[in-house]
Design a binder for this molecule. Structure first.
Ligand code: THU
Length: 158
């Protein structure tokens, strides 16, 4: 019998501590959020994904009257990028949520389904990518797969 543990590291900072390119990515995520289709939750989420080449791909949550048919902002961006630029690895993704048009105080926290997709995306491209989880004033920077310890890997925990 063995006791194990994970150590998860992240950085929290304010917007003015981010490099200009990361502030711009967060701003792009906010523009995406404003385009979300979220008439059922009124929770508008935007994602801006920077690929290794520098190309930015956006995503916003898309809801549907048949609730499970909708999709989160993060997966909208990742699947769109993988379709348009399959050879271009994700490098960094900023995510922000607007409640009644205003960024949430706490940085947005991706759902479990998105975390599962983040992890497989890293495996697929053989490199990690970084998330910028954006709140009103605070940003959390964290490696995507570190949000999903013991992820399902098709044949057990990976
Ligand atoms: N949502 C996202 O798009 N990303 C997240 O990280 C959290 C949740 C969406 C799904 C749904 O359209 C709405 O927010 C409320 O859960």
């Amino acid at each position: 019998m063995q006791k194990n543990q994970f150590t998860i590291e992240w950085i929290s900072c304010r917007y003015d501590e981010l490099p200009a390119a990361e502030r711009a990515l967060a701003e792009a995520a906010k523009e995406q959020a404003e385009r979300a289709y979220a008439p059922y939750s009124n929770f508008k989420v935007g994602a801006a994904l920077r690929l290794a080449s520098g190309t930015i791909v956006g995503g916003a949550n898309q809801e549907n009257a048949a609730y499970p048919s909708g999709l989160c902002a993060e997966r909208t961006a990742l699947f769109s990028a993988a379709t348009q630029y399959p050879a271009d690895a994700p490098a960094q993704m900023a995510i922000i949520a607007l409640l009644n048009g205003v960024a949430t105080d706490a940085p947005v926290s991706p759902c479990g389904g998105c975390r599962q997709v983040f992890t497989e995306t890293e495996q697929r491209y053989g490199r990690t990518f970084e998330l910028l989880l954006c709140g009103k004033d605070e940003v959390i920077k964290i490696t995507a797969s570190s949000l999903m310890p013991l992820a399902f890997g098709g044949d057990g925990a990976k």
